[in-house]
Design a binder for this molecule. Sequence first.
Ligand code: PRP
Length: 223
Amino acid sequence: MSKDTETLTIALTKGRILKETLPLFSSAGIEPLEDMEKSRKLIFPTTREGVSFVLLRGSDVPTYVRHGAADVGVVGKDILMEFGDEGLYEVLDLDIARCRLMTAGIESAQQRSAAKIRVATKFVNIARDHYARRGVQPNVIKLYGAMELAPIMGLADEIVDIVDTGNTLKANGMVPRDHIADISSRLIVNKASMRTRNPIIADLVSSISDAVSARADSLGMGD
Ligand code: PRP
């Protein structure tokens, strides 16, 4: 096996997902050599020779993996639903960062007629698909964050967003409406890397899968 086939670049999503991701890799014997949450670096060597982490925004992870700049990635299912899974395999549900993708609106607001509904979201493709399935063609307004503000400010009638505890909706006088999908983080692999680096990737997937099962058992979720 050449040296190159023993190296692996793993793209991780920064933010809340990272906290739950690192223990899974740690169980697989892969730990960053420095604290990724404190450092301003973007590339992190790990305790496994030849294996490095890169730290990205979630929406950039599939792009790095699709183009082979990273071999493996960890990303939310919401991002995969929005940007598609071309050029990559979704190999494992990591069962972390669980939440729901929902529509939501202001509790007291009168529902607009479907023909005129304005929907603010960063998930424009998911939103169009969801409303289309209900026979509605909304005016979709792309935002990059703080979606809950849009109905309050009169920019939109509903939002499509991630709901975890529901506290953000509640704090802003909003209520969840349609459940679109259950979300969790997924392990993804570049299609070419899966062939060219199969031994190291298969080994990694197997170790992470064991770590996911062990975590489920420890949380009393196992069967
Ligand atoms: C997400 C989401 C909601 C919030 C929901 O935002 O967009 O605003 O979490 O969580 P809750 O139901 O537990 O209140 P995040 O903080 O990830 O930032 P974002 O606006 O960049 O998506």
